[in-house]
Design a protein around this ligand. Sequence first.
Ligand SMILES: NC(=O)c1ccc[n+]([C@@H]2O[C@H](COP(=O)([O-])OP(=O)(O)OC[C@H]3O[C@@H](n4cnc5c(N)ncnc54)[C@H](OP(=O)(O)O)[C@@H]3O)[C@@H](O)[C@H]2O)c1
Length: 484
Amino acid sequence: MPLADFDLALFGGSGDLAMRKLLPALYALCRENRLPATGKVICIGRHPWNTEQFIAEIEKEIRPAQPHQWHKFYTRISYISFDATDPAGYAPLIEALRTEASITRIFYLATPPNMFSRICQNLHQRNLITKYARVVLEKPLGRDLQSARQINAEVGRLFDESQIFRIDHYLGKEAVQNLLALRFGNVMFEPLWRREWMSDVQITIAEEIGVGNRIEYYDKSGALRDMLQNHLLQLLCIVAMEPPVSVSADAVRDEKLKVLRSLKRFNQDRLVQNIVRGQYRAGYVSGNAVPGYRNEPDADTNSHTETYVAIKAEIDSWRWSGVPFYLRTGKRMADQLAEIVVRFKSLPHSIFAQPSSSFLANSLVIRLQPDEGLHLNLMAKTPGEGIRLRPVDLELDFRESFKMPRMDAYERLLMDVLRGQLTLFMRSDELEAAWEWVEPILNFWEQEGSPPAPYAAGSWGPAAASALIGRDGLQWREEALPEV
Ligand SMILES: NC(=O)c1ccc[n+]([C@@H]2O[C@H](COP(=O)([O-])OP(=O)(O)OC[C@H]3O[C@@H](n4cnc5c(N)ncnc54)[C@H](OP(=O)(O)O)[C@@H]3O)[C@@H](O)[C@H]2O)c1
């Protein structure tokens, strides 16, 4: 179906996210002729550039190889400088937006979240919200349950839920959607996808980078708010949800919501036992010496902000009772990766010379980063005499298998916004259910007041994280050395 023509007003157009991700994604879509020929992108910031200067800035970021492709893109772009909190500043935007009903109007808010309500109110006051307009909200959506509810209520007063696109770019990754295809497009996994056959699930988002120049934002946020409340919980939902009746937005979101509502709540004991938070100290990442979090430029030297968090989550349901879901994320880790590891139970009995305890349990690894693909770990016979088993990997590399160009998560999500397809975006009740689950952790940390456990930059996090999973007789994937 051809896409409708659009006007995309990108608030935060001069910011890091727009420059590094959104505008390059729009450029890639334009280069591949996916955008309607006359779709316009109106970027908004306070930086006093004119359109020409702004285009020069994005050209430095995108570094287009083909002049005619670049021309096709930049002629759609304009830049307006005004303070988006001031309704009087909106006059040039009103002038830039086309008024034909056939044109889809999109407001993309890539600004600090405390501006979301204000911008929406100003759009309303200036009569810019049409019946078919859409608003895209970047994470983080609030910093606790109350602020998330407030954003939902205030934006929801002006836009219908069907017009609101809450971005979680992890859901736009090819591998996440492939997990849906794997689970619900094949018959073989469904019987195994449950407590009888699964041992545990580990979901890791590890970053080698530190806090960079985002200390002002990050120090008020931390790993729990920045990564776990949104990305890790969304991935958990995709792994754990029941088969939806279809892939329509509400069918998928209803099932994800049920998972969030089934997460076991934390009592005092579980808050102490099942959660580890850490903060990186100086160390070496990829052979380079890096400073500790508290010694980063402009950092608070007494900061208690966590740069690492690991949680054992449990789901109270027939399918998942007794299967732990270990979630962890951290900065300045030993590797840069995002993956979901589904581990199956060990053999009940071994007929081979090796004892069953020396067999590596089968696992399915869904890699989201850096490469996107699947690895199914099976035991196979080592060639030669006798039967000695060894783990081997069945690998599916999406790029190799389909010989198709890779589509970035933001490209896919922007296309979905243009199409009005909400499946990969969070609904308001999902957002609130996720905050409801993490809020007791935030409150506990605040009351308790103790600092996060230190870990060396370039490691896999604090020792307490190994102890957390070790109490269940398990290990993180990188710690589990195959016994052959
Ligand atoms: N950067 C990332 O990788 C990333 C990833 C995921 C989500 N996010 C989220 O995306 C949002 C933007 O992040 P960012 O890293 O791009 O932040 P940023 O670099 O600080 O950019 C903020 C943007 O908002 C604009 N802005 C701020 N106050 C404004 C005002 N009163 N009127 C008009 N424009 C105003 C800034 O314009 P001027 O600078 O011209 O004043 C700038 O374009 C945040 O909510 C962030 O959490 C960022």
